[in-house]
Design a protein around this ligand. Structure first.
Ligand SMILES: [Zn+2]
Ligand SMILES: [Zn+2]
Length: 95
């Protein structure tokens, strides 16, 4: 499954292809999540529900594999960053 040009350019969600505007898009520029993009230059963005789900999944997967995050607090910087990204994208969160 390839990505349409509109997804590569950030005009559509990379996961569900919903159209985005600057008020609803979550910038995935840090590329914390594997979005299967092969291009060297692209600007993945996602809608809030997709970003929340995928950052949440990534955070859970990280904690399962990270000795620091699975055993002690505070989490490592990667764990904290993934959690913060998931919270920021939470569609239920207040603006
Ligand atoms: Zn989406
Ligand atoms: Zn960690």
């Amino acid at each position: 499954m390839g990505l349409a040009e509109e997804q590569v350019c950030g005009r559509r969600c990379v996961w569900c292809a919903a159209s985005l505007n600057n008020g609803t898009a979550i910038d995935l520029g840090a590329r914390e999540v594997d979005t299967r993009g092969g291009g060297a230059r692209w600007f993945p963005r996602a809608c809030r529900p997709c970003a929340h789900k995928h950052f949440g999944d990534a955070h859970q997967a990280h904690r399962d594999n990270c000795t620091q995050c699975s055993t002690t607090l505070p989490w490592c910087t990667t764990g904290q960053r993934l959690f913060a990204a998931a919270m920021k994208a939470d569609p239920k969160a207040r603006r």
